[in-house]
Design a protein. Structure first.
Length: 132
C-alpha cells in the first residue's frame, strides 16, 4: 500500500499507471474486464489534485471506496463506488471504466460529494453491490 510520500512521488515522477485497488471477481466479470486491478494514470491523478482539491493523503480513500462502497452501474462499461469515509465524515465517489482495447479497468473519477447526491445516485441507478 502507498503512503502519502509515495503518492507525492507518483504525482511528480510516475511514468506508468499504477494499481490503486482491486475489484471483486464478480465486479470484474460485470465490467467484462480481463484483470481485477484498478489502474490510475499520473495525468488523471494530477487532475484529481488540481480540479477536486484533494491531496495525497486522500488517495488511500480510493482503495476504501472500491473495497467497501456501494457499487452502482451508471453507464455501460462503468461502475461508480460511493463510500462514506468515517474518519473525515465525507462521501467519496470513485468511478472506474473498462477500456475497450485490453479490457483493463481505469479509475476515471475520484472526488467528494454531498450526501444528497449520494441518495440521488442510489435511487437513479441499479446497485450492483451494497456498501458495507
Amino acid at each position: 500500500s502507498m503512503r502519502p510520500h509515495d503518492w507525492s512521488r507518483f504525482l511528480l515522477y510516475g511514468r506508468h499507471p499504477i494499481a490503486v485497488a482491486q475489484v471483486s471477481p464478480e465486479l470484474a466479470e460485470h465490467l467484462g474486464a480481463s484483470k481485477r486491478e484498478v489502474l490510475l494514470g499520473r495525468e488523471y491523478a494530477l487532475k484529481i489534485v488540481a480540479k477536486h482539491g484533494l491531496a495525497s493523503e486522500h488517495f488511500p480513500a480510493i482503495f476504501d471506496s472500491i473495497d467497501f462502497g456501494h457499487a452502482i452501474a451508471d453507464r455501460d462499461r462503468h461502475l461508480t463506488f460511493l463510500h462514506r469515509h468515517e474518519e473525515w465524515g465525507v462521501w467519496f465517489q470513485a468511478s472506474v471504466k473498462r477500456c475497450t482495447e485490453k479490457r483493463l479497468i481505469y479509475l476515471t473519477t475520484f472526488h467528494r460529494l454531498r450526501e444528497s447526491e449520494v441518495s440521488r445516485k442510489l435511487r437513479k441507478h441499479p446497485v450492483v453491490r451494497a456498501g458495507r
